[in-house]
Design a binder for this molecule. Structure first.
Ligand code: ARG
Length: 479
């Protein structure tokens, strides 16, 4: 009879134990411990399947499951004693299981490899993360709608080239960010779906001579089974999908952040961030810095880096597991943590901000109303190019005389173009300009009301969907 083995998972063929420096390089336990809840869920599904398929006895399957439940409780209660000499989370869980249930633990890994095991853990993590990020995006969208509703009529300049272009409603502007977030939700949903394939049963790469049933384990975990065992252990597309969703979301947050950095500067003076979301300077007593929005701008670079890191890791790998794949975790965790940290702040930071309507309105008009005049002439039948030219000349004349378009005298208007003597009262104001729009999706108050209504319908339906799809295993704080 061969002796029971007590060393690392793979010690049999080695004559010496690994060097400490190698162990440090090789180990993933410092960062993959957070996969433990997913790892254990996966092992429970595997243990049940082993029992159903008669690969282990019902009694053994039950003992494995019971032991794994205990390990899960220890992990959740923070009682699990992580040992850095365990190579990775899979080793650690199996070691603890053996301490709890004895030698039957040695049968758990039948028909399984760490390759399909770690791929499964990641699938479960990505599915859970996509849902949690989606919930954070939804919370930000609710805040945008709330702030847009409360400030429905405030105007500010819309910009092109960061030059004042045309007046728009603040609510219209906020809802533009809402739209971007709807697309983020679609990308997150795609990543969640891609993560819904269970690799369990692929074993190392080739499948296994044991009568495992990948459909059973997949079903148990609310997933679909893999089609090809080699692909199942090799692919990380679902991680890329989530990292891409995070990178694009990060870019959206960064653009929003950049606007707030501008808006809260003295030069713009459009808004003030509540004290609870700003910080001061250690030397300049007057400073109130928009750090949170700057972090949102800054972290987007990291998120793009996380996506790049994994793309580059994967690009030269032959099919089958290579140790390079261990490098998939830290970019993934970093992206998820960064995005969640930003989304934890954004909704309340938006809700508690103060807008300076006077300042915004003051700079929303002026020459930003020039297009209104050109459109007025075009509506009277003047060819638009001609109208554009006439108003351009008027703007130049106003600059020379020191007038703004709001206070330009009637005779100057008439001199620029005869039809301009009939410009209706009120058109040359920021409010008049936004009210003058009639096209779908425009900044006109009626159109923004429509957009608000649609946004709320979207939130109701999406909110319900996201609420109903929470996974079982979760490392989230809502556990
Ligand atoms: N820690 C490893 C990883 O994260 C687990 C898989 C190990 N598989 C192997 N064949 N060495 O990728």
């Amino acid at each position: 009879m061969s002796e029971r083995y007590d060393g690392p998972l793979w010690g049999g063929r080695f004559g010496a134990s690994p060097a400490e420096a190698f162990e440090r390089l090789n180990a993933s336990i410092p960062f993959d411990v957070r996969l433990a809840p997913y790892d254990i869920r996966g092992s429970i599904a595997h243990a049940r399947m082993l029992g159903v398929q008669g690969i282990v006895s019902d009694k053994e399957s039950a003992a494995l499951e019971l032991g794994l439940e205990t390990v899960l409780r220890e992990v959740e209660d923070g009682e699990f004693a992580w040992d850095l000499s365990d190579e990775d989370v899979h080793t650690a869980v199996e070691r603890r299981l053996r301490e709890l249930v004895g030698d039957v633990a040695l049968k758990l890994h039948t028909g399984r490899s760490r390759n399909d095991q770690v791929a499964l853990d990641l699938h479960l993590f990505v599915r859970d993360a996509a849902e949690r990020i989606g919930a954070g995006v939804l919370a930000s969208m609710r805040a945008l709608v709330g702030v847009a509703e409360t400030n429905r009529d405030l105007v500010l300049p819309g910009y092109t080239h960061l030059q004042r272009a045309q007046p728009i409603l603040l609510s219209h502007h906020l809802l533009a960010h809402f739209e971007a977030f709807t697309r983020d939700l679609r990308r997150l949903e795609a990543a969640r779906e891609a993560a819904g394939v269970s690799p369990l049963g692929a074993a190392a790469l080739a499948g296994t001579p044991h009568p495992v049933d990948p459909r059973l384990t997949a079903e148990e975990l609310g997933m679909e089974p893999f089609a090809n065992s080699l692909d199942a252990v090799s692919e990380r597309d679902f991680v890329l999908d989530l990292l891409y969703a995070c990178a694009v979301l990060g870019v959206h947050l960064s653009r929003l952040g950049e606007e707030w950095v501008l808006w809260t500067s003295a030069e713009f003076g459009f808004a003030t961030i509540d004290d609870t979301y700003t910080s001061g300077s250690s030397i300049m007593p007057q400073k109130k810095n928009p750090d949170a929005y700057e972090s949102m701008r800054g972290k987007s670079g990291r998120l793009i880096g996380d996506l790049n890191a994994l793309l580059i890791t994967l690009k030269g790998l032959p099919l089958g597991y290579s140790k390079d794949l261990q490098e998939d975790k830290e970019p993934l965790f970093d992206a998820v943590d960064s995005v969640l940290a930003m989304l934890a702040v954004l909704p309340e930071m938006l809700r508690t901000a103060h807008f300076h309507s006077g300042r915004m309105a003051e700079v929303a008009g002026g020459f930003a109303l020039a297009t209104e005049l050109a459109d007025f002439l075009a509506a009277k039948g003047v060819p638009f190019r001609e109208a554009h030219h006439a108003v351009g000349r008027l703007v130049r004349r106003c600059e020379e005389l020191g007038f703004s378009l709001e206070d330009v005298p009637q005779d100057e208007l008439a001199a620029a173009h005869p039809d301009l003597s009939e410009v209706p009262e009120g058109l040359l104001t920021p409010q008049g300009s936004v009210q003058n729009k009639i096209s779908a999706g425009s900044t006109a108050p009626g159109s923004v009301d429509d957009q608000l209504r649609q946004a709320k319908v979207f939130l109701e339906t999406m909110g319900g969907r996201l609420g109903g799809q929470r996974g079982q295993a979760s490392e989230g704080s809502d556990r």
